[in-house]
Design a binder for this molecule. Structure first.
Ligand SMILES: Nc1ncnc2c1ncn2[C@@H]1O[C@H](COP(=O)(O)OP(=O)(O)OP(=O)(O)O)[C@@H](O)[C@H]1O
Ligand SMILES: [Mg+2]
Length: 229
């Protein structure tokens, strides 16, 4: 589904990612772990198209998407739940959802909206409420819903649990499980690395933009450390 080959990404003179290499099949989950500034968001943003890598290739279903624009990647099914959610506070819930899927044909909009409302009945109840008045957990649901409006093949979720209560975090993981069942490939960043490693199949541990370790999530040294220690 997704193949990332030796991606190097920079912000001006700063190289934030010195080469990441992995493949991800539909229904597989990859956890990105590492301390602040490790390059997790940079890798996510490089796949989403907010950052164009300086070197390396990204393939979606065998097609090279490395150089194509953000909105075209979205149209091909790369959904992003960004760090901090970034919902539009002055638009309603429904308007936020529609902006999420604007790159797809209007004819399928109602069906896609209904699909999101099926997963998140609370968003249906609040369809006409301004997004800025939602709770943090509801905003995270809206950010998920906005990405699901794209009928995504790949979901990128950066900082899934930031600022959320344990019960809401559990709900977010339940939604992720539904997405996994639908054979969506998932890349997940959670400041609680035990949670993301416990859920994921594969893991990449980044430090200062370098891959320190990668392999099966259950074998990740970060997870073992916290179990032992
Ligand atoms: N827009 C930017 N301009 C310049 N440097 C940036 C920019 N965004 C990130 N960086 C730098 O790139 C490096 C990687 O940052 P990144 O945000 O990818 O880390 P992260 O692993 O997501 O960290 P966190 O856990 O704090 O979210 C850091 O050194 C950061 O300062
Ligand atoms: Mg980050």
């Amino acid at each position: 589904m997704l193949k990332v080959h030796n991606i190097i990404s920079r912000y001006g003179p700063v190289t934030a990612l010195h080469g990441a290499d992995f493949t991800l099949n539909g229904g597989e989950v990859l956890a990105l772990v590492g301390t602040n500034g490790a390059g997790k968001s940079t890798l996510v943003m490089s796949i989403a198209g907010h950052v164009i890598p300086q070197q390396g290739q990204i393939y979606l279903e065998g097609e090279d998407i490395t150089q194509i624009a953000l909105h075209e990647r979205a149209a091909r099914g790369i959904g992003l739940v960004p760090e901090g959610r970034r919902v539009f506070p002055d638009l309603t819930v429904k308007e936020n959802l529609i902006t999420g899927g604007y790159v797809l044909p209007r004819q399928s909009e109602k069906e896609r909206l209904d699909g999101v409302y099926d997963i998140f009945p609370r968003l249906y109840e609040r369809a006409h409420q301004l997004a800025g008045s939602l709770s943090g957990g509801e905003q995270q649901m809206l950010a998920f819903g906005r990405a699901i409006m794209l009928n995504p093949k790949v979901m990128l979720i950066d900082e899934i649990s930031l600022g959320l209560m344990p019960r809401v975090i559990m709900e977010c993981y339940e939604v992720l499980e539904q997405l996994r069942q639908r054979q969506i490939a998932i890349i997940l960043v959670d400041q609680n690395s035990d949670a993301s490693l416990g859920f994921a199949d594969k893991a990449i541990w980044l430090e200062s933009g370098h891959v320190k370790w990668q392999g099966k999530a259950k074998d990740c040294p970060l997870l073992l450390e916290s179990v032992v220690g």
